[in-house]
Design a protein around this ligand. Structure first.
Ligand SMILES: *Cc1c(COP(=O)(O)O)cnc(C)c1O
Length: 414
């Protein structure tokens, strides 16, 4: 429970933003200027300078030889993909739609990986024709792709997505370990590779992703060490030299007051041995780290307008034109076990001291449409703009925009 004394503006994720004349600045422009440019509220604004800075920080911290991929599913806005295209070494796509966006951005198909369960025959064919690396999630998928390859006289590039036999500790969302829809169980990989050798597929290597939203450098490095060891072990059963090892990623960003930002320098230092081990065992392998949230998450804001201010049984409600139909994660309904507030501020009274405790709600007819539960904020009036921070990843594209039939939000890269 947050009391009025709690200083939400002290959240490090908010402190990294500057204001001028009481308004938050985005890419050097005031919030109201950006709102005028978008032409409506609500909207998402992404700060291109912050995205570039984050990639530069990664480049500085990661050992030489690590290829940095952007996982498009974190934020598939075409302008964001286009901005990142020259900054990263490749991208990861997870649907034919993302593949099309990556190709439209002019990215090199040779540097694209396509992972994800349930790829349709059409998606497999599109990926094979484009020449992207297809990350096989199961034996059935491998056989369907081989049939497509035979029929269409293609020779698709493939990697095997492995469901590891260990779990990434400290990860907000597990995507490997026990039984899983993702990847081929590590213990079944040697037999799969044996079959693969007979098929019209070009084997390149392995993709092992342990989980998402991890804030612990130590557990990330431990997981990457195990991932590297697993890839090296499985390489003994490979039909040809391993040329690709995707070691996943899962670097997290701080959302909640107790979250400590990831110690990137420690991760980079810890990965030095990991990369060296892979390179000495598998000298032809390119080592890929794929990140989504960490690259774009902190660069994005969700902005909505206060439409009504009401008091109900002693509690203040700021009713906005935004909500979970645009930003499901901020309402705690996108995979979070416990609902906690994302960092929130009144962007048109930026830097003003907290004066009252309020609930910030959306405009949907459901009680789960709650953007901030008893947050300490300056007094806001109708027309003020609410800003939700840490909203650059898994925002708009991870929200049920059709729910209740409101218009979609605007989106701008500033
Ligand atoms: C979602 C996903 C990512 C991106 O995860 P982030 O936590 O956003 O970095 C990377 N790889 C795979 C396989 C994924 O499914």
């Amino acid at each position: 429970m947050t009391g009025p004394a709690a200083q939400d503006s002290a959240h490090p994720a908010i402190a990294r933003w500057q204001g001028a004349d009481g308004e938050i600045l985005i890419g050097g422009r005031t919030l109201r200027q950006v709102a005028r440019e978008v032409g409506r509220t609500p909207f998402y604004a992404y700060d291109r300078g912050r995205i570039s800075d984050r990639v530069a920080a990664l480049r500085a911290a990661l050992p030489e030889g690590v290829r940095l991929h952007y996982a498009i599913k974190a934020n598939p806005m075409p302008a964001v993909i286009a901005h990142l295209a020259p900054l990263v070494d490749g991208v990861d796509v997870a649907s034919a739609g993302e593949l099309a966006r990556a190709l439209e951005a002019g990215l090199d198909p040779a540097e694209m990986g396509f992972a994800g369960p349930g790829k349709t025959d059409e998606e497999l064919a599109a990926a094979a024709v484009a020449g992207v690396l297809i990350e096989l999630e199961s034996e059935g998928e491998m056989r369907r792709l081989a049939a497509i390859a035979t029929e269409r006289k293609l020779h698709p590039r493939v990697a095997v997505r492995v469901n590891p036999d260990f779990r990434l500790k400290g990860s907000g969302m597990h995507m490997g370990g026990g039984p899983s829809q993702f990847g081929v169980d590590a213990e079944a990989v040697p037999a799969l590779l044996h079959s693969l050798a007979e098929l019209p597929l070009q084997f390149e290597g392995f993709h092992i992703f342990g989980g998402s939203q991890n804030l612990s450098a130590e557990s990330l490095v431990t997981a990457e060490r195990e991932i590297a060891a697993l890839a090296i072990r499985l390489a003994a059963a490979a039909p040809s030299p391993v040329r690709y090892v995707n070691i996943g990623g899962g670097f997290g960003i701080p959302y909640f007051p107790k979250d400590q930002p990831l110690d990137l320098a420690a991760v980079g230092a810890g990965l030095t041995d990991v990369v060296r081990d892979i390179r000495s065992a598998l000298p032809e392998a390119r080592v890929v780290l794929e990140l989504g949230r960490y690259i774009v998450g902190e660069a994005g804001l969700y902005v909505c307008r206060v439409i009504d201010r009401k008091v109900s049984r002693g509690q203040v409600f700021l009713v906005t034109d935004g909500g979970l139909h645009h930003h499901l994660a901020a309402t705690g309904n996108f995979g979070q076990a416990i609902r906690r507030n994302f960092p929130v501020a009144i962007g048109t009274r930026f830097g003003a001291p907290a004066e009252e405790t309020v609930n910030v709600v959306g405009c949907l007819c459901t009680p789960i449409d709650l953007l901030a539960d008893r947050a300490a904020l300056p007094r806001a009036e109708v027309g003020d703009l609410v800003v939700v921070f840490q909203s650059g990843a898994y925002g708009l594209s991870a929200s049920p925009t059709a729910f209740l039939g409101h218009p979609p939000p605007g989106e701008i890269l500033v």
